[in-house]
Unconditional design. Structure first.
Length: 536
């Protein structure tokens, strides 16, 4: 009862907790502040509370024309689709083979600025040109149609160029920003502004190139600097201001937005944004939004675990109690069976003596002696069956001993002889032999007849039917009573108040089922019976 009380208390508390949450959730809402104001507050907070890693001023490093080409990730890839296919094929083959025939063909072609510069570079590689034009690297286009900047390609040709660090540093602004990190990998020391630029990932560089006001990359957060209103007129190039960024650590930013009402994510299709800023979509911080009910949710979760745990304990306790009860019943049956063995043995000896002097007994005593002998045999069989049932090694509920019955009609009449004055028989028109367990079948028939006598209405008819197709026999007990609702418990209780060895309808059904037969039941008129097959 103690555990049941705890379980009931937890269930009541959890129901109140669930009701509280259902009332609390609709009250959860965003702060009554515009999204723009909240975003600006976050930007201001990171600038005042976190350490700035470095600054980026892309326009001071690259001209506007250079930025459009050297910041675009697409220029690192081949752009041959923009040109004539035959020209591109001939130009590529010339780069690879340095064929004089291809050189002559390309010299006759009218090439645009991009192809002309690529052709000059290929001539230099193939040694058709000894020296490149002086302004080769300084004039547009700065990148090859096959991808990458010409400056970086020249740095890779160490055997043709004898570059010193001064030349490399003076041409850094003509290299693609993604190539700067390759110089760092080659242990080439770069000025701080280019070294910082080399640390940025592609997402951050794309944001700088597109002049987004706020960029969240893989490693850094970039916040665009803006001049004060009083300083705008003094700026000779207003677009230069848009290229200035303060750079902060992404870890600092993530720590800051843990408790913020809004968080940024990259714009996705069909994403509902509270406010969109460039490539960023600001949405509600679900973790922070539902924080007020997290404690209650955790309590409910722990309560649920407790309910499950207590329920398991109750089930285990119930199983343990059931097992103890079964053991107690089993012990009582073992004791009873053991105590019956001695008087049954004595009775068997006495009956054997009486049967030995059967002819000397009076006629009246002879009939009584046979009945006593039959009852003692039944008692002995019952004790044996009880012992088999108590044997834990067997997997069957009971063990059957099938034997040949020479006459089914005679077998039924002999079994039900004590009730012959209260019942009528409808036997087989053509008697036959059958294999069955005479003890259990006889016991089931007697119980069905006793059930009809005690609970039914006369006349009571015992029918014996043969199913030739299935080689089965049907035993039926029919009366004209009204069948009420049947339950195992009610049947057991009813059998307790009557004499005899009645097992009750439910146990009769178990015996027939264990034997592989079929229990039959019908109403109007009331009929109980069973069908079993020949156990040959």
């Amino acid at each position: 009862m103690y555990f049941y009380g705890i379980l009931l208390s937890l269930a009541i508390l959890m129901s109140f907790g669930a009701g509280f949450l259902s009332l609390k959730i609709p009250q959860i809402s965003m702060p009554n502040v515009s999204p723009v104001t909240q975003v600006n507050q976050l930007k201001q907070k990171i600038q005042t509370t976190k350490k700035e890693q470095f600054r980026i001023n892309s326009v001071s490093m690259y001209s506007l024309k250079e930025i459009s080409e050297l910041f675009d990730a697409a220029t690192m890839l081949p752009r041959t689709f923009e040109q004539d296919t035959d020209l591109i094929r001939n130009l590529y083959q010339f780069r690879v083979s340095c064929s004089s025939d291809l050189y002559a063909q390309l010299k006759q072609k009218k090439l645009d600025q991009s192809l002309q510069k690529e052709f000059l570079w290929s001539q230099f590689q193939c040694e058709y040109l000894k020296i490149l034009p002086e302004d080769f690297f300084n004039r547009s286009p700065y990148t090859s149609i096959f991808g990458g900047s010409y400056v970086f390609k020249a740095i890779q040709l160490k055997e043709k160029f004898q570059f010193d660090r001064t030349w490399i540093l003076s041409h850094l602004h003509l290299m693609h920003v993604l190539e700067l990190r390759e110089l760092v990998k080659d242990n080439i020391s770069l000025p701080s502004e280019y070294g910082n630029m080399a640390m940025l990932d592609e997402i951050s560089l794309r944001g700088v190139f597109q002049k987004e006001p706020f960029v969240v990359g893989d490693d850094f957060v970039l916040i665009q600097e803006k001049l004060e209103r009083s300083q705008i007129n003094e700026a000779s190039r207003p677009e230069e201001v848009l290229g200035n960024y303060k750079v902060y650590s992404l870890s600092d930013w993530n720590e800051l937005i843990q408790d913020s009402p809004m968080v940024p994510i990259r714009v996705q299709q069909n994403e509902a944004c509270l406010w969109q800023e460039g490539a960023l979509c600001w949405i509600a911080n679900q973790k922070n939004l539902y924080r007020p009910i997290q404690k209650q949710s955790l309590i409910l979760f722990v309560g649920s675990l407790c309910v499950v745990f207590i329920s398991i304990l109750l089930v285990l306790k119930k199983i343990q109690t059931h097992r103890r009860e079964e053991e107690r019943k089993k012990f009582a049956l073992q004791t009873l069976t053991h105590e019956l063995r001695t008087p049954i043995a004595s009775l068997m000896v006495t009956i054997e003596d009486l049967l030995n002097s059967y002819d000397q007994l009076p006629q009246v005593m002879q009939n009584q002696t046979l009945k006593i002998a039959n009852d003692v045999q039944r008692l002995k069989r019952l004790a044996e069956i009880s012992r088999q049932y108590l044997n834990v090694e067997t997997k069957q509920m009971m063990k059957f001993h099938f034997q040949k019955i020479e006459s089914l009609n005679q077998f039924v009449q002999d079994v039900l002889d004590p009730y012959k004055n209260q019942i009528s028989f409808e036997l087989l028109k053509q008697d036959q032999t059958f294999h069955l367990d005479s003890y259990w079948i006889g016991l089931c028939l007697k119980n069905l007849v006793e059930n009809a006598i005690h609970h039914g209405a006369k006349p009571i008819t015992i029918s014996l039917l043969a199913d030739v197709c299935e080689n089965k026999i049907v035993f039926q007990v029919k009366d004209f009573g009204v069948l009420r609702s049947y339950s195992k418990k009610a049947d057991e209780n009813s059998m307790e108040v009557h004499h005899g060895m009645g097992l009750g309808l439910s146990i009769v059904k178990k015996v027939i089922t264990e034997m592989g037969g079929e229990f039959l039941q019908n109403t109007n008129p009331t009929l109980f019976g069973f069908k079993i097959g020949d156990k040959l």
